[in-house]
Design a binder for this molecule. Structure first.
Ligand SMILES: Cc1cc2nc3c(=O)[nH]c(=O)nc-3n(C[C@H](O)[C@H](O)[C@H](O)COP(=O)(O)OP(=O)(O)OC[C@H]3O[C@@H](n4cnc5c(N)ncnc54)[C@H](O)[C@@H]3O)c2cc1C
Length: 503
């Protein structure tokens, strides 16, 4: 195999590394204690000041920032955004070391289709889309994806090696069913416009699991089943045996098969979160954990640390399940489990030896319990990249979310490093000698699991409607934890608030 320029130098550097160099790293961004303070109703500090303000946004992830962004576009400035962490971004935050910035969770945005009106507006405002042309710097460069299958890397994530004629025929049948669903217009991002066009047969897909649907369709190829299971674990932290067939098929049908994206950045979606933050920075209060939101007469009282905000309108953009512990009177419970994830950033002192294709942006191992890794330096135009950072993703999708959370939080840092190495070793036997540092982010409640029945569940539908001047906006309301949904929920909540406030 001919080595690329990127690979020659790393191989030489590897010779100079000491074999007994201790691995560095630890857990990052731990927030469990603060979350549990809310659950355990730990005492809130005495109020030192009261601020009267027309609107309060709780949570500064993409949904809360998008609500604020819309307020700014509408020239409405009488609001504050309260974020409990020291920085905004939520699941779209990033870290950085001497090599490169890297994402802590969300890392890409598919090119928006025509229904994604707000995403297109945002892309235009941030210069990503100019006169109908996408900025090439941030369109994912080639090679985009590779899959380690039967001992070597192949191009793309859809398995090609070792398929029988029947396997190949089943892939064709599956994708032609997906194409029918796509052409129906019922599967869109955001999901609302498509839902308005849905026929009863589309909604009926939410009554069974994706595996159940595949059985009905006679789709049993192990390679195809792996691909759909991988995809739903990747987007919904839920395997095909447990995910709603509607959500599972939405993953494929809502995306254009000829899409020329996605958009990606070394720091992932923090690139967008940071720009959104800049547009509304004077309204943001970080380190402001909201512990109580109470309806009092005709207004809301929002407690954040020693400050009390009295407000006419609350946009709750923090995870919806948390509102049961915080908002009084308590809203309905979100009818979905909240799945944990592990994200690890591996600082590589050299690249591992390669069999087959060179590294891609997204690198997946067939049969792995995890989801593979994304290379943070992939968009770099440098010809010589001796060291890099890999962002490794693991959606804990098996069994009950509560049990998975216990496993996630029960294992110490060394335990998780061993599990990561054991997984990566299948494709990279020399991985241990390439990694100098592993930083691990354990996200206890990362995203909702859209199980059958979530779509038309009365509690979810009730939470979607603003009531009593309270609007929920987090992406978990959609059941599909995606940038497009987070942004849409945030903007729609802001529009509801503006209309109620008469602005
Ligand atoms: C590992 C992982 C990878 C992902 N990758 C992608 C991807 O590549 N592309 C994609 O489109 N989507 C991805 N997602 C989905 C991602 O969750 C959404 O795209 C989006 O970022 C969610 O935004 P949000 O604002 O709805 O929620 P969150 O990001 O959860 O934001 C909620 C915010 O509320 C704050 N908060 C919570 N409680 C309080 C409180 N009491 N007081 C004040 N503030 C509070 C939190 O600190 C947080 O900042 C990924 C998710 C995960 C977990």
């Amino acid at each position: 195999m001919k080595l690329t320029r990127r690979q020659v130098a790393p191989a030489l550097i590897g010779l100079t590394l000491k074999a007994d160099q201790p691995l560095k790293g630890g857990f990052a961004l731990e927030a469990q204690d603060r979350g549990h303070q809310i659950r355990d109703r730990a005492a809130t500090p005495a109020t030192k000041r009261t601020i009267r303000i027309p609107a309060v946004i709780v949570g500064g992830g993409i949904s809360g920032l998008s609500a604020a962004w819309w307020f700014r576009r509408a020239r409405f400035t009488d609001f504050v955004l309260l974020e409990m962490e020291s920085e905004t971004g939520g699941n779209a935050r990033a870290g950085e070391n001497e090599i490169t910035p890297f994402p802590w969770a969300a890392h890409y945005l598919p090119l928006p289709a025509n229904d994604s009106i707000y995403v297109r507006l945002l892309c235009e405002e941030f210069g990503l889309l100019k006169d109908g042309v996408w900025d090439e710097r941030w369109l994912c460069h080639s090679p985009q994806e590779r899959l380690f299958l039967h001992g070597r890397w192949q191009e793309g994530i859809e398995p090609h090696i070792g398929l029988t004629k029947e396997d190949a025929a089943q892939f064709d049948r599956f994708f032609s069913r997906v194409a029918e669903l796509r052409h129906s217009g019922a599967f869109t991002l955001p999901m609302d416009p498509g839902l308005r066009r849905s026929k009863p047969a589309h909604l009926a897909l939410d009554r069974l699991t994706l595996s159940g649907w595949m059985r009905k369709e006679g789709l049993y190829s192990p390679y195809l089943r792996w691909l759909v299971d991988y995809s739903t674990r990747d987007d919904y932290a839920t395997g095909a045996d447990a995910v709603s067939a509607w959500a599972g098929l939405h993953y494929f049908a809502a995306r254009d098969s000829e899409e020329h994206g996605p958009l990606t950045w070394p720091e992932g979606n923090a690139w967008i979160a940071r720009r959104l933050t800049q547009t509304v920075s004077s309204h943001i209060r970080t380190g402001a954990m909201v512990s109580r939101v109470e309806r009092t007469g005709s207004f809301w009282r929002v407690h954040a640390g020693d400050t009390l905000y009295e407000t006419d309108y609350v946009i709750w953009a923090a995870p919806t399940w948390l509102a049961r512990w915080t908002v009084s009177p308590p809203p309905r419970a979100l009818p979905m489990e909240s799945a944990p994830w592990l994200v690890a950033n591996l600082t590589m002192s050299r690249w591992p030896a390669e069999k087959g294709l060179p590294p891609a942006w997204d690198n997946v191992i067939y049969g792995s319990p995890a989801l593979g890794y994304v290379v943070a330096t992939h968009q770099s135009l440098k010809t010589h990249i001796p060291r890099t950072v890999w962002t490794y993703y693991w959606a804990m999708s098996q069994g009950a979310a509560l049990d998975q959370r216990r496993i996630l939080l029960g294992g110490d840092w060394r335990y998780w490093c061993e599990r990561i190495f054991a997984d990566l070793q299948r494709a990279h036997p020399d991985i241990r000698s390439c990694v100098e540092r592993i930083d691990i982010f354990r996200i206890g409640h990362a995203m909702p699991r859209p199980a059958p029945g979530f779509l038309t569940h009365p509690d979810r539908l009730a939470l979607l409607k603003p009531s009593n001047n309270l609007a929920f906006a987090n992406t978990d309301l959609s059941g599909l934890s995606l940038f497009e949904e987070a942004q849409y929920r945030g903007v729609e909540a802001a529009r509801a608030a503006l209309s109620t406030l008469g602005r």
